[in-house]
Design a binder for this molecule. Structure first.
Ligand SMILES: Cc1cc2nc3c(=O)[nH]c(=O)nc-3n(C[C@H](O)[C@H](O)[C@H](O)COP(=O)(O)OP(=O)(O)OC[C@H]3O[C@@H](n4cnc5c(N)ncnc54)[C@H](O)[C@@H]3O)c2cc1C
Length: 353
């Protein structure tokens, strides 16, 4: 047995693989926006926590491209909203078109009041959001332990033992925590280990998306949506100059078939058909993807000392822009409750609310 720095203990029996053990108050599984928000908030409130993620590096695609009004208010309460506002687009409107005819424009700025300071939300890529949340975590003394995968959990009334495997050498570690929070996404291992069902359904609709350059003269203060009998087509300005194109291709895909493979040529055709625009050139794709929509949810967020938050607990249509946003709100909500209970200032029942 040898003692490593940071209170880690390594046990090796002759001929056996070594397993190190360590402890913390809260183990956060997953360093997406939910886990990063949770860990940052726990540290701000003085609760020891560790974050593990099985991925070797953060994701680099744009994915969720909006932080909505309420999460911005929460970032404001955390004292960091300005750094998010500085990296995104705000005060934008929504214009709806039929062909080249604009049907209406929603001016979100008009909704601003003292009680609703960020009515339009913020257009910013999830990659930037995660980078800013990670920077915040580092400033508060935390970090993400990468290439570490949760493989098993066992719990009793006093705590949880999480078994973690490191990629590469397969080294095993047992982390003893007072609580574990599964922020490990839609395919959550924590949820599977808890035996919780993820009830809901997959819809027939299929969508394509592309982050691209467009040589058109549309202003960058509008999300543009075209209503078309074959399905909606939309273009959203991304900070940095690109546009996110989004097309409902359910009519192409059918209920069971896979959506068509996204390509610049396909998008160029969809732009022409759905908007009537025959001159704009689409170029420099930085992300092309397809997705179908799931709507699923667990029937409880807590089993003993283990919690679920974010996509691990609920998944939605990206069309409403709720996935990342609800995950960040789950995290803020759980953090203050866990902090009170961890410091002995809140009753256990608070964690069920
Ligand atoms: C195309 C697209 C567009 C979207 N648009 C929006 C939008 O406009 N607005 C919005 O709010 N949301 C949107 N979303 C949804 C949003 O991306 C997700 O809701 C969000 O990423 C969920 O965050 P999370 O932290 O809960 O989970 P994730 O981001 O999935 O993070 C989970 C993390 O857990 C890690 N992990 C998994 N298993 C383990 C394990 N066993 N051990 C250790 N680590 C593990 C993973 O590596 C990952 O880093 C969109 C998604 C897509 C794909």
């Amino acid at each position: 047995m040898s003692r490593a720095s940071g209170g880690t203990v390594t046990t090796t029996r002759p001929g056996a693989t070594s397993t190190s053990t360590s402890e913390t108050d809260v183990l956060v599984v997953g360093a997406g926006p939910t886990g990063l928000t949770l860990a940052g908030e726990l540290l701000r409130r003085g609760v020891r926590c560790r974050v593990i993620d099985r991925a070797a590096a953060p994701a680099t695609t744009s994915r969720a491209m909006g932080i909505q009004a309420r999460p911005l208010e929460l970032l404001d309460l955390m004292g960091v909203v300005e750094r998010f506002l500085a990296r995104g687009l705000t005060d934008f409107g929504v214009s709806a078109y039929a062909g080249d005819r604009r049907l209406f424009r929603l001016n979100m700025e008009l909704l601003a009041t003292k009680g609703v300071p960020y009515p339009s939300g913020l257009l910013v890529s999830q990659q930037v959001t995660e980078t800013l949340l990670f920077d915040l975590l580092r400033e508060r003394g935390g970090n993400v332990e990468r290439s570490k995968e949760l493989v098993d959990l066992r719990q009793d009334v006093d705590g949880v033992v999480a078994r973690v495997r490191r990629a590469g050498d397969g080294a095993a570690e047992e982390i003893h925590a007072r609580w574990v929070v599964g922020c490990d996404g839609a395919h959550s291992v924590v949820r599977h280990l808890l035996g919780l069902a993820f009830a809901g359904s997959t819809y027939d609709e299929a969508y394509l998306l592309a982050d691209v350059d467009l040589d058109w003269d549309k202003g960058r203060r509008d999300v543009c949506a075209w209503l078309h009998r074959d399905g909606q087509f939309a273009a959203m300005p991304l900070p940095g100059g690109q546009w996110r194109l989004f097309a409902d291709v359910s009519a192409h895909a059918g209920a069971a078939a896979a959506p068509p493979e996204p390509s610049l040529e396909l998008f160029q055709g969809l732009l022409r058909e759905r908007t009537g625009d025959r001159t704009t050139i689409i170029s420099r794709p930085t992300w092309l993807s397809t997705f179908r929509i799931n709507r699923r949810m667990v029937d409880r967020y807590r089993v003993g000392r283990v919690f679920l938050a974010g996509d691990a607990a609920h998944i939605h249509s990206p069309a409403g822009g709720q996935g990342m946003n609800t995950g960040m709100q789950d995290a803020v909500n759980l953090a203050w409750k866990l902090a009170l209970v961890a410091r002995g200032k809140g009753v256990q029942g608070l964690l069920d609310k």
